[in-house]
Design a protein around this ligand. Structure first.
Ligand SMILES: N[C@@H](CCC(=O)N[C@@H](CS)C(=O)NCC(=O)O)C(=O)O
Length: 215
């Protein structure tokens, strides 16, 4: 099974935080894979074949041989299960793994004002200039408090290993603010700088992008 080809479907502008998470996990694991770009403005994800394979019609989707899977956190966990012996995306200990899942679920389900006002187009196309609304400021305060509690003092990763998928996801959320000039506390800043410099992340960040078309 492990030698079957892997393909990750990503959005054609390379701005999906969920596709980013899966891409970085595949890279960190050193797994060879192909990328398939799916144009959301052209509704390529509505095509019957994509709908059928993904079951959700969303980006990202992983294809592994004849198996297809959507939902980014399910994809990341599948990679750990299907490729034992590669760098773990989720930590080995039950409690650290639970904490990692907590972080991954939280950044996907909360902090909506940050996700709206510092959308991923502001990270990869045009920086946001509008000040954060009171709701986004409140979300930012919660994110800073969370980071302060989650990132151990003096360290640049969450769990005593240099990388997990939760590190990538938390860094991405912090970077939404950081790139638009929000001043991060020192612990969060050190964490983000270290995670963002990882070659896996930089490959995504520096990928050549098409001109953006709103959709
Ligand atoms: N919970 C999903 C979210 C995926 C998602 O919302 N993807 C967006 C792109 S960032 C998408 O496919 N949007 C197209 C649509 O919903 O029509 C995951 O974690 O993979």
């Amino acid at each position: 099974m492990a030698d079957q080809p892997l393909t990750l479907s990503v959005d054609s502008f390379w701005i999906s935080p969920y596709a980013f998470s899966c891409y970085v996990a595949l890279k960190e694991k050193g797994l060879p894979f192909q990328v398939r770009e799916v144009s959301l403005p052209d509704k390529e994800h509505h095509r019957p074949e994509y709908q059928k394979q993904s079951m959700t019609g969303r980006i990202p989707m992983l294809q592994h041989g004849d198996f297809t899977l959507s939902e980014s956190s399910a994809i990341v966990e599948y990679l750990d299960d299907a490729f034992p012996g590669t760098a773990r995306a989720l930590p080995a200990s039950a409690r650290d793994r639970a904490r990692a899942r907590q972080i991954m679920a939280w950044v996907r389900s909360d902090l909506m004002p940050i996700r709206e006002e510092r959308s991923t187009t502001t990270m990869f196309y045009e920086r946001a200039t509008k000040p954060l609304s009171p709701a986004a400021q409140d979300a930012a305060r919660r994110l800073m408090a969370f980071s302060q509690a989650a990132v151990p003092e003096g360290r640049s990763s969450l769990f005593g290993v240099a990388w997990t998928a939760a590190d990538t996801d938390l860094a991405f959320m912090l970077q939404r603010l950081n790139l638009s000039g929000f001043e991060l506390p020192p612990v969060a800043r050190r964490f983000v700088e270290a995670q963002w410099q990882r070659p896996s992340v930089q490959e995504w960040v520096n990928h050549k992008r098409l001109p953006y078309r709103p959709y």
